[in-house]
Every structure is written in structure tokens, then in C-alpha cells.
Design a protein around this ligand. Structure first.
Ligand code: ZN
Length: 320
């Protein structure tokens, strides 16, 4: 059934979600969580919609959360067939800082424990589920914004919690095709780990979870890392040889991508680490300008007119 697996993903490359309001999303992920807006572009398949990328200062793979904001769109329901919770990792000893910070912005926090780790769980403005966990692993952030100094800032993804419609099939895929290692079970989840030190811990529900519905506030897909273009082609063959139906390789400007639906209902992508977000903007200016792929440049004026203006700003609560 599966081909012999010489390939192992380093872990999460990026996670992409649907939201409603572009500015509210910028205010939450940059303003409150302190991530850097590293790319402001459009949905290449729907140019009337922004595609906003947030991450660490460089936009490193393993730190990138991306959004398609669509005003007035229907709210979805988080559930099986989706990435249920997006996990961000912060430095050890900073959970008190984050507890206070989230309270200051009236973000309601639920505290929970899995695998001996404390998680601060909360919803974003569209109630997409996120959580913070403190770990030693992962390079320290070099980015500070508003009330989030670099030494307390999010380092990237700790991982993600997958809500699968077929947990044992998803588990098998993670181990046998993606090359993750199962490291244990606790609190209703099986835990899988990749070799990178960021975006590397994946929890999958063991018991049944109610089916989700796509829409604002839900994750559209999770992307896994391929280290270069040559490995990416091998990944495509490997995924196909394992019985899945990957798309052809698609040029997403900042990485190449393939997509396939896994048996638990979750849309998987495999994305290349190169070329990255500095391919069309200086490192110091990432995210400042609306970037369009070449084939959309001639429609720039029309595209800009259709998009709501957005700005990264220091929020009022941080100005005191
Ligand atoms: Zn993607």
C-alpha cells in the first residue's frame, strides 16, 4: 500500500485559514499576538481576496499562519475533517506574561493540560481555535511589536491539533507517509513528532469528534515542509505511490505546493522551504506593500480598489 518511506517532513510549513475581517485579523495576530505580517498579497485563485501571511521576522517555514479574509462570509464550525487547534510556542517562563496580555485584550482563555504541558487556549475574532504552549525548543524570536518584546514573543508553531474523521488512518499517514514518529497518547490524543524543533508536535484525536463545517474561523489546510524543489518532486511521487491523489505542482510564488485530501478529511499541502518571502521584498520591508504575482500586475489598480485598506498598528491597550 505505502511506498518505502525515505522521506521525512521537518514538520509544519504553514497553516491557512478563512476569516471575515482583514483589519481585525491584522490586529489580532500582529497587534495582540505580536507576529510579523510578512506578506500582503492576494488569493491567487480569487484576486478580490487578500492573502495575509504572518510569522517570525524572516517568515521562516514552521512559523507561518496565513488568512483569506472575506467580509460577510459565513462562519464555519470547528470539528472533524479539519485542523482543530493551531498551537504556537512561546519561550519557557512566559505563560504568565501571555495570561496577563490576553486578559488585557479581553481574550477569554481556557487553561488545559496534555502530555504534561500547560496550554492557554483561546479563539480569534472568528473563534478559530488557537493555543500557546511554553517550550525550550525553537529559535528565539527576533521580532518585537507593541507590547510583545522579542524575548517573550511567539517563536513559531509548536504544532497543531488535528481533528480527524478517521484517526487511525490519519495516524498511519503521519507515521508511514509523512515520516513523523508516534511518541505517546494522553487526554484523548495521540502525539506525533517530526525532527525539526518548531512546528513539530502534532496531536490527533483518538476518539470521535463531531464533523466540522468549512467557513470563516476554520482552517482550510495544513502545509508540511519539503526542503527543496527536488525533494518536493519526490514527495509528490511518494504521496501518489501511497494511494493519495496529489494535485500537480503549483507555483505559489513563495513556495511550490501540492495538495491532497487525507482519509480523515483534512486537506494536506506539501510546500517547499525555498524560495521564501524575501524573493520579492527586502527583508526589512516584508509585508509593507501589496505584492502581486507578475500575471496580476496589469490589474493592480483594479485589484487595489476592491480590497479594504489595512494597517499593522500598535493597539490602544499597548499605548499606555
Ligand atoms: Zn498553503
Amino acid at each position: 500500500m505505502t511506498t518505502q518511506n525515505e522521506l521525512r517532513t521537518a514538520g509544519i510549513h504553514h497553516i491557512t485559514a478563512f476569516v471575515r475581517d482583514a483589519q481585525a485579523t491584522v490586529d489580532f495576530y500582529a497587534g495582540i499576538l505580536g507576529l510579523r505580517l510578512v506578506k500582503k498579497t492576494i488569493n491567487f485563485d480569487a484576486p478580490e481576496v487578500y492573502h495575509l501571511y504572518f510569522g517570525d521576522e524572516q517568515g521562516s517555514p514552521g512559523t507561518i499562519i496565513t488568512f483569506f479574509p472575506s467580509a460577510g462570509s459565513r462562519l464555519g464550525r470547528v470539528g472533524a475533517g479539519q485542523v482543530g487547534i493551531t498551537t504556537y510556542v512561546v519561550p519557557e517562563g512566559t505563560l504568565d506574561f501571555w495570561r496577563e496580555r490576553l486578559a488585557k485584550f479581553n481574550v477569554e482563555v481556557k487553561e488545559t493540560t496534555r502530555f504534561g504541558e500547560t496550554y492557554l487556549q483561546f479563539g480569534d475574532p472568528d473563534n478559530m481555535q488557537a493555543e500557546l504552549v511554553a517550550r525550550k525548543e525553537g529559535a528565539a524570536s527576533t521580532w518585537s511589536h507593541g507590547g510583545v518584546p522579542a524575548d517573550k514573543a511567539i517563536k513559531g508553531f509548536g504544532g497543531a491539533v488535528l481533528f480527524s474523521l478517521a484517526p487511525s488512518r490519519t495516524a498511519q499517514l503521519l507515521e508511514q507517509v509523512m515520516g513523523l514518529e508516534k511518541v505517546g497518547e494522553d487526554a484523548g490524543y495521540a502525539r506525533f513528532q517530526s525532527f525539526a524543533d518548531i512546528g513539530n508536535i502534532i496531536d490527533v484525536n483518538v476518539e470521535e469528534v463531531e464533523r466540522g463545517a468549512g467557513g470563516a474561523g476554520t482552517v482550510h489546510h495544513i502545509a508540511w515542509r519539503a526542503k527543496d524543489f527536488a525533494e518536493h518532486e519526490r514527495w509528490r511521487a511518494h504521496v501518489e505511490g501511497s494511494g493519495y491523489q496529489p494535485t500537480p505542482i503549483v507555483d505559489r510564488q513563495y513556495f511550490n505546493a501540492i495538495y491532497f485530501r487525507e482519509e480523515g478529511g483534512i486537506l494536506f499541502e506539501i510546500a517547499t522551504d525555498p524560495p521564501g518571502f524575501a524573493r520579492d521584498e527586502e527583508q526589512t520591508q516584508l509585508g509593507e506593500k501589496l505584492m502581486l504575482p507578475e500575471w496580476y500586475e496589469k490589474y493592480r489598480d483594479q485589484i487595489v480598489r476592491g480590497l479594504p485598506p489595512i494597517a499593522v498598528r500598535v493597539l490602544e491597550e499597548d499605548q499606555i
